[in-house]
Structure formats: C-alpha cells, structure tokens
Ligand binder design. Structure first.
Ligand code: SAM
Length: 258
C-alpha cells in the first residue's frame, strides 16, 4: 500500500466505467499519481456464477424493479480480503443512510482502507446491509439511479483531507464546514468588475482586520443561509467560543480602493 498517510479504497459496482476519468484529473489524479490514494474499481459481475453474469433478481413479495443479489457482494469481499470478518470499514451507499457531513468525512479519512458498495435498481439485498455494512451513508435526501455518484462524492471529500493531498493543508481547515461555519466570501482580481467592487479591507494588507472581517462574514452568512448549522455551532461553543466580532465600521470602508 501507500504508506501510513495513504488510503486504499475498493469500490464494488455494476458500472466500473462510471469512474473513468474521475481518478485521472485534478486533485484525485494528483493524489493517485503521488501514491497518497489508491482506488480499485471492481466489477460486481466478476463474482457472478451464471453464463449471463446475473447480479440482480426479482424482489421477494413482488413489486417493481430488481434487487442486487447478495452472493456477488459476499463472494467479492471474501476474494478481496480472505474472509468477511477481515473486510475493512465497509460503506453501503443508500438513500436511507446517515446523511454525509464533514464530521463523517473526517472520520472516514482516518481509515487506511475503505470498501464502498454501490447499489442499482431497487437497491441491494438487505442481508448485505446487515452483514457487510459498517456504515450506511446517503449523500442527500433524494434518490439517485445508483451508488456510483455517491461513492465518487465520498472518495473526493475524503481524499481532500488526506495529509499531503491539498497543496496548502490550511485550505482544508479554513473552508466551509471545517469549524461548523460556512466560508466567508472569496474574491480574486480584478478589484472592480462590472460595477462590483472587492471590499477594500481585503486589499488593506492588515491581516488582523482581514481575519476579523472573514470571521464576521462566516458567522453572518451561516446565520443567514443555514440557521440549522448556526444553531449547532452556537450550541457547541456554549456561547463562549464565539469570537469577539468587530462591529460594523470597525473594519474601515468596504469600498474598493483604486
Ligand atoms: N429503492 C431504493 C429506495 O427507495 O431507497 C432506492 C434505490 S436507488 C434507485 C439505487 C441505488 O442508488 C441505491 O441502492 C444506492 O446505492 C444508490 N443511491 C440512491 N440514492 C442515494 C443517495 N441519496 N445516497 C447514496 N446512495 C444513493
């Protein structure tokens, strides 16, 4: 494997082609190239036993659609890890799972090895959930056609947190959800564009005032657009961890300077 800071992820899917390209570009591509991430995409049909390589069957009790059979999942786990008991942390992607959030992503990122199980059609036989899942994760309260998009979300979110993957490790600490708040507004050049000006304080060179402005923007944005997160942040801090926020006007003019 990749050493103590790397991660090895196995994915079981009916559609390996879904992941084509995903692991070759940008952050994931660099993580793979540098040996910090290894992802093996496995075709579930490898572990079917009939000539048609059948991985699904009709649901007991009737009803629309097909259900993924348990045998290929169990056979795959035994082939990959020797025994069911030897499997690593195993995530079943499912709309009934725990909603993925940054805390869960941080937790998953501590594992050296993960197995992600992707469903399709009406889902996966319940015995796979019962006997193989250590985690059941949903990426939102909506229904996808398959678990592949959800697995891609997990892989990308986790990889960003692996030591050495982000060019500047501080950027993962500064951004939305890292401390329970949303990120402050970000700007780049030009300073003035179509009548919209970058707040002057960001070009003041005064790091203390910039930091205070950003904190206040983070808190206010979170309170405005995600009151649920704001309430949790306030509860967690017990009121005491809230930073002393500068009052309006403490920061000088927000007008763009030349
Ligand atoms: N019949 C299932 C139900 O009502 O819960 C939905 C099955 S869905 C069409 C097929 C597969 O897509 C699921 O087995 C799961 O792997 C994946 N999937 C769908 N929505 C998801 C979500 N929000 N989060 C994670 N995986 C999801």
């Amino acid at each position: 494997m990749t050493g103590s800071t790397g991660m090895h992820i196995d994915v079981l899917t009916l559609f390996p082609a879904y992941f084509t390209g995903l692991l070759d570009v940008s952050l994931l591509g660099r993580a793979v190239d540098s040996g910090l991430l290894r992802v093996d995409i496995h075709d579930l049909r490898t572990w079917t036993t009939d000539p048609h390589r059948t991985a699904d069957d009709m649901p007991y009790g009737g009803g629309a659609g097909m259900v993924l059979k348990p045998e290929p999942f169990f056979a795959a786990v035994e082939a990959l890890y020797g025994a069911v008991e030897s499997r690593p942390r195993t995530v079943v992607l499912t709309p009934r799972g725990d909603l993925l959030d940054q805390a869960r992503v941080r937790d998953l990122a501590t594992s050296e090895r993960l197995l992600l199980l992707c469903g399709r059609y009406e889902g996966i036989d319940e015995r796979v959930h019962e006997a193989l899942a250590t985690d059941e994760i949903s990426i939102g309260d909506y229904v996808l056609a398959g678990g592949e998009a959800a697995a891609a979300v997990v892989i990308e979110a986790v990889t960003r947190l692996l030591p050495g993957v982000m060019g500047n490790d501080r950027s993962a600490m500064d951004e939305s959800h890292a401390d329970g708040l949303l990120e402050y507004p970000q700007y780049t050049r030009p300073a003035s564009y179509r009548g919209m000006d970058v707040p002057a304080i960001l070009r003041s060179g005064d790091h203390g005032r910039v930091a205070a402005w950003r904190t206040r923007q983070s808190v206010e944005r979170t309170r405005r657009v995600r009151p649920d997160l704001y309430a949790r942040w306030e509860r967690a801090s017990g009121g005491s961890a809230a930073p002393r926020l500068p009052e309006d006007g403490d920061e000088g003019s927000d007008d763009a300077a030349d």
